[in-house]
Design a protein around this ligand. Structure first.
Ligand code: SF4
Ligand code: SF4
Ligand code: SF4
Ligand code: FES
Length: 352
């Protein structure tokens, strides 16, 4: 363990911690833009935005809290006039070539840049940058890339290369034209991108946005944490719900997925409200499927199972379940087949 002082508070943290983790442990919030808490072992030191800068006693330069390891006896200050001034300058530099169309921007209300400008009272930039004119890339089926709104935080590159390990993105160009891109600035649909959307989930601005069918603001949605039902990995995610409909999905840092999702978990939700979806059980009568109540359906199932078992024994029955339900539901299903049907004829579509 290492002991240090932050804003006059004594704190003790494991020796491989960064200053930002020590500040969190002391209950002191340091603003960040490029920092990602996910995958500490894989993300490396990013420190591209410098919004998290702090003063460390005895050091000439301000230090990025997200990439400065703690040392025994360090004395750190996180909110001096010098620190605040430096953060404001960083934000003004970022704003100097950023389109300020917050009124119609899809990320307003959950934009890292907007939040920080609000926090530090930045209305406009004292610097004049060169506005970029990147073509908006809509080639991916699930998300849009608008690099004019990119703040070069590198989070998307980290997510794609270090966490997802697809390596579809890296940085190109220098200065005001620096931007993350697939090779040769080709449309992302022509790259090795697998549409997992992890870059979209970590982007703090509207540079990467999901193609959603319903417009919503962050404050209009309620969040329900649940388990993805597409496969047995058990990724944790938040359903974003507006007016009783799922309008988006964001990953949760769960034990099985560490804040990542695949294309199905991230984008595969439009079926939920699809008009073709079955909403009542169907029973075949005179060769035709007709709508029935759940009571009718269950009565029929129980009746047929009971009769079959009485006439032919439990092994005349079998149960087939799905990889798309939770482990708990699969457990209950096999229990029902073994204990209720009286047979070990139970299988699972994942074995196909
Ligand atoms: S969607 Fe996934 S694979 Fe494609 S660029 Fe983003 S992180 Fe990489
Ligand atoms: S696209 Fe988004 S995540 Fe990637 S560098 Fe730009 S702002 Fe950061
Ligand atoms: S997000 Fe993908 S990997 Fe994770 S549980 Fe869902 S389908 Fe499986
Ligand atoms: S959050 Fe630390 S440098 Fe960006």
């Amino acid at each position: 363990m290492v002991k240090l002082t932050i804003d006059g508070k004594a704190v003790e943290v494991p020796k491989n911690s960064y200053l930002i983790e020590a500040a969190n442990a002391a209950g002191i919030k340091i603003p960040t833009l490029c920092y990602l808490e996910l995958h500490k072992d894989k993300r490396g030191d990013n420190a591209s935005c410098r919004v998290c800068c702090v003063e460390v006693e005895g050091r000439k330069n301000l230090a990025p809290a997200c990439a400065t390891p703690v040392m025994e006896g360090m004395v750190v200050k996180t909110d001096t006039a010098r620190v605040i001034g430096a953060r404001k300058m960083m934000l003004e530099l970022l704003l100097s070539d950023h389109p300020q169309d917050c009124l119609t921007c899809g990320q307003a209300g959950k934009c890292g840049l907007q939040d920080l400008c609000y926090q530090y009272d930045i209305k406009e930039s004292n610097y004049r940058g060169i506005m970029s004119d990147f073509p908006v890339d809509e080639s991916n089926e699930f998300y849009v890339r608008d690099m004019n709104k990119c703040v070069n935080c590198r989070r998307c590159v980290m997510a794609c290369s270090s966490f997802q390990c697809t390596h579809a993105l890296d940085f190109a160009s220098r200065g005001f034209t620096a931007h993350p891109t697939p090779p040769f600035d080709d449309p992302v649909s022509e790259s090795v991108c697998v549409s997992c959307g992890n870059c979209v989930s970590v982007c703090p601005t509207a540079a990467l946005l999901p193609k959603t069918k319903v417009k919503y603001r962050n404050w209009e949605v309620s969040r329900t944490t649940t388990t993805c039902s597409y496969c047995g990995v058990g990724c944790q995610l938040d359903l974003l719900v507006k007016d009783g409909k799922v309008v988006g999905i964001e990953p949760v840092d769960g034990a099985a997925n560490n804040g990542l999702l695949c294309v199905k978990g991230k984008f595969g939700y439009n079926f939920i409200n699809h008009p073709d979806r079955l909403t009542t059980p169907l029973i075949r009568k005179d060769g035709k499927l007709v709508e029935a109540t759940w009571d009718e359906a269950y009565t029929l199932i129980v009746d047929k199972i009971t009769k079959t078992k009485a006439e032919f024994g439990g092994d005349a029955l079998a149960g087939l379940t799905s990889a798309r339900v939770t482990n708990e539901e699969n457990y209950l299903f096999q229990k029902m087949v073994r204990a209720g049907f009286g047979t070990n004829n139970v299988d699972h579509c994942a074995r196909l």
